[in-house]
Design a protein around this ligand. Structure first.
Ligand SMILES: [Zn+2]
Length: 331
């Protein structure tokens, strides 16, 4: 079985058995692949903390010719975008990009896709906050296009008739683009006004300036893109990360807007830890920590019954790791 080395980005990880992980990788030379990292969950694993989602590294793989699951023998970290984890808007965009790539990316070599993903993650780390909403839409539309699903905006996706360049646009996300007035059903397609049409055209055109979108219009564009990906790209499958990116309220990053919350820690952590947390991530974390003093927790109660929490923990070589998750509110 051939052993090969390739640049790769970790798209997702899944615990497998007691000690191993299955990772989904976007590789530069061999497309999107799944591989088992044996022993990756052991305390003294040779992978260390390298197999984190969004981590860029040099992967060594043993390709299996008869199975879809290969074997990851090493992963040398080149870059871990820790700065993304300090901003929920950037982080959930990055996760949505990784999720779409993991779900739809080809298993054949597609270096342009890998380069686009790497470039997108770099842009997300450095973009100014005021450009983030438009940039996030641009990056996801670019990814969709690179995957071969560019939306049709100048002709009808049913009959091929040319669409007038001026005026509003009837856009059917489920069908992959514009509809002419003769093909459009009475209900279903989104009716984009002139400004929204211009914004969509700019968003899907990589070379044009990013449009300025207020919160309401940006949210509408996110919903449109999310519908497009779900029904036209992902065969109707729900992509949870993309849904979260689409539906959550933007510009409410806890660190940015609620500095007082940085001081809240500790009290809820112990109770949450005793209760076993929520899902598998928490149980692995509760094993990792010995006392609340080793961890920090920030939280912001939402109007419903959930609390958005950010969990911090010490990583290797004095680094700090963190992630966000929703926890149910008991009271
Ligand atoms: Zn038509």
């Amino acid at each position: 079985m051939p052993l090969l080395a390739t640049p790769a980005i970790v798209l997702s990880t899944l615990r497998y058995g007691e000690t191993s992980k299955i990772v989904r990788l976007a590789t530069r030379d061999h497309g999107v692949q799944s591989a088992i990292a044996k022993g990756a969950s052991r305390p003294k694993s040779r992978f260390g903390a390298a197999l984190q989602v969004l981590c860029l590294g040099q992967a060594q793989l043993i390709l299996s010719e008869r199975r879809e699951l290969h074997t990851l023998t090493a992963f040398d970290v080149v870059h871990l975008p820790l700065s993304l984890t300090t901003d929920l808007d950037r982080y959930c965009t990055a996760l949505a990009l990784a999720e779409v790539t993991a779900r739809v990316g080809p298993t054949a070599a597609h270096a342009e896709l890998f380069d686009l993903l790497r470039e997108s993650l770099n842009l997300l780390q450095t973009a100014p906050a005021e450009a983030l909403e438009s940039l996030s839409l641009r990056l996801l539309w670019r990814l969709v296009e690179e995957l071969g699903y560019q939306p049709a905006l100048d002709h009808c996706v049913r009959c091929g008739a040319e669409i007038a360049a001026e005026g509003p646009l009837l856009f059917a996300p489920e069908e992959g683009g514009a509809l002419c007035s003769g093909c459009a059903p009475a209900t279903g397609p989104a009716r984009l006004g002139v400004e929204d049409r211009a914004a969509l055209t700019a968003l899907v055109s990589a070379g044009s300036d990013l449009p300025e979108l207020d919160g309401r219009h940006a949210a509408a564009h996110r919903r449109l893109l999310s519908r497009f990906v779900r029904w036209h790209v992902a065969s109707g499958h729900v992509l949870p990360g993309l849904e979260f990116w689409s539906e959550r309220s933007w510009g409410t990053s806890i660190m940015a807007s609620r500095p007082s919350l940085r001081r809240s820690r500790g009290s809820g952590w112990t109770a949450w830890r005793r209760s076993g947390g929520v899902g598998s991530p928490s149980s692995s974390i509760s094993r990792r920590f010995r006392s609340p003093a080793e961890s920090k927790r920030e939280s912001s109660t939402s109007p419903g019954t959930r609390t958005l929490c950010r969990i911090w923990w010490p990583g290797p070589r004095d680094s700090i790791w963190s992630f966000w998750l929703w926890l149910p509110t008991k009271d």
